[in-house]
Ligand binder design. Structure first.
Ligand SMILES: C[S@@+](CC[C@H](N)C(=O)[O-])C[C@H]1O[C@@H](n2cnc3c(N)ncnc32)[C@H](O)[C@@H]1O
Length: 156
């Protein structure tokens, strides 16, 4: 799909297939942009079927988010940033805190409020029963930035 999109938009890209950043062994970037699966699901078991692999992120929606936060620093150049998009139902505060624990300066860069997407809407009752969603049918999409400072101690 990435290759098709790139070709349609006449972009020259190098595509690698793998489990998150594992496919990028040894490579470092100035910018990593990531739109991981983040919809909270019935179980923590991640799906194998193609459609749901794009959506489900375990019971709290954070299975992939947390892994990206932990892995990103090793693949960022000093001065580089991770941009990670997810929903307010996945607790962006936790993302910012985890990035900090992993040696990146975390901040919420952008918040856009809107109605729940179709899958979140289908799962609204489950989300409410777990305290992940309030009374309304709205969520915020957030872009969280993790910045790798030029000079910083590597966290223990
Ligand atoms: C929310 S979709 C985003 C799709 C596309 N990147 C975009 O931004 O429109 C999440 C994507 O992550 C992929 N994905 C799920 N688990 C993955 C993993 N462990 N490693 C790499 N990609 C994964 C899914 O197949 C899906 O394409």
């Amino acid at each position: 799909m990435t290759l098709v999109n790139a070709s349609l938009n006449r972009c020259a890209v190098s595509v690698r297939r793998g489990d998150l950043i594992d496919a990028l062994d040894g490579l470092r970037f100035d910018l990593i942009a990531c739109n991981p699966p983040y919809v909270p699901a019935a179980t923590d078991a991640l799906p194998r079927h193609r459609a749901t692999t794009a959506l489900d992120g375990g019971r709290d929606g954070r299975a992939l988010i947390d892994r990206v936060c932990v892995q990103a620093r090793a693949h960022l150049e000093p001065g580089g940033s991770l941009l990670l998009v997810h929903s307010s139902v996945c607790d962006p505060t936790r993302t910012v805190a985890l990035l900090g624990q992993c040696g990146l300066e975390g901040e919420v860069l952008r918040r856009v409020a809107g109605p729940l997407g179709p899958t979140m809407r289908e799962r609204a009752a489950m989300l409410r029963s777990r305290g992940l969603l309030g009374a309304g049918d709205r969520e915020e999409l957030v872009v969280v930035r993790g910045y790798r400072p030029h000079h910083a101690a590597v966290p223990a």
